[in-house]
Ligand binder design. Structure first.
Ligand SMILES: [Fe+2]
Length: 242
């Protein structure tokens, strides 16, 4: 089975459209989405509708939790707070209700799907380095955890005494005896210095993982952001990937 792993779309429809085109070309069996469907960009309705139509497994991100009324936006900076309040006004009620019903963590056989950390979902922990990855992998009770939140694609592998980190994983074997944290990066706002939408394909027959990057229409994002009055910085940063 080929599973497409996506995360942190953040209402960026041109980025999602580019990924959608690519995955239809590649072919797939399932889509798993690790949350942050909305926030930052101007297409919350289009993106949320797509997620509920096409994603087979979906969990809630921290931006989603705010539009669901389950978290407040006090910890956000001014621009992010402005965007999430705009999203609250713009998002359709039926989609808000669906978002509010999303689980924080899904238990999928030998895998977890979660937004930030499998041990304490929506605690807002950022697993970005080998040290925090090892701490999590030491305690997690499944071999595979798919997560997002950091907007940086990475695979961390841990075998009980060694931790390894892989940034550009291509045809990467998920070996037995190791536990893995798998982050497909962000569709809508990649933050690893590469200005391309990020996602991953997990072939469960060969048990190999491949990171994919695709370009998208960033000018369209900038135009729409100007039109609706969202902070321009969200569009400008896309051109540099931060
Ligand atoms: Fe995010």
């Amino acid at each position: 089975m080929r599973i497409v792993l996506i995360s942190d779309i953040h209402a960026n429809w041109p980025a999602l459209e580019a990924v959608w085109r690519e995955i239809k070309k590649i072919g797939y069996d399932q889509i798993w989405c690790a949350g942050d469907i909305v926030g930052y960009y101007p297409w919350p309705n289009e993106v949320a509708q797509w997620v509920f139509e096409y994603a087979d497994r979906v969990v809630m991100g921290n931006h989603d939790a705010i539009v669901a009324g389950l978290m407040d936006a006090d910890y956000f900076n001014d621009a992010a707070r402005y965007a999430i309040l705009w999203t609250l006004e713009t998002l359709r009620e039926d989609l808000k209700k669906k978002i509010a019903l999303l689980p924080l963590r899904l238990d999928l056989g030998n895998s977890y799907l979660v937004h930030d950390t499998p041990l304490n979902p929506l605690s807002m922990e950022y697993i970005t380095d080998a040290y925090s990855a090892a701490q999590t992998l030491e305690l997690v009770d499944k071999p595979y955890t798919v997560y997002g939140h950091t907007h940086q694609p990475v695979v961390f592998a841990y075998n009980g005494n060694q931790i390894r980190e892989f940034r550009n994983f291509q045809n990467f074997p998920l070996k037995e005896g190791w536990k893995f944290l798998i982050n497909p990066g962000s569709v809508g706002q990649p933050r690893d210095g590469i200005p391309l939408a990020s996602f991953a394909i997990w072939d469960t027959d060969t048990n190999r993982l491949t990171l994919k990057r695709v370009d998208f229409d960033k000018k369209k994002v900038l135009e729409e952001i100007r039109k609706v009055g969202l902070p321009e910085i969200f569009a400008l940063r896309l051109f540099e990937g931060w």
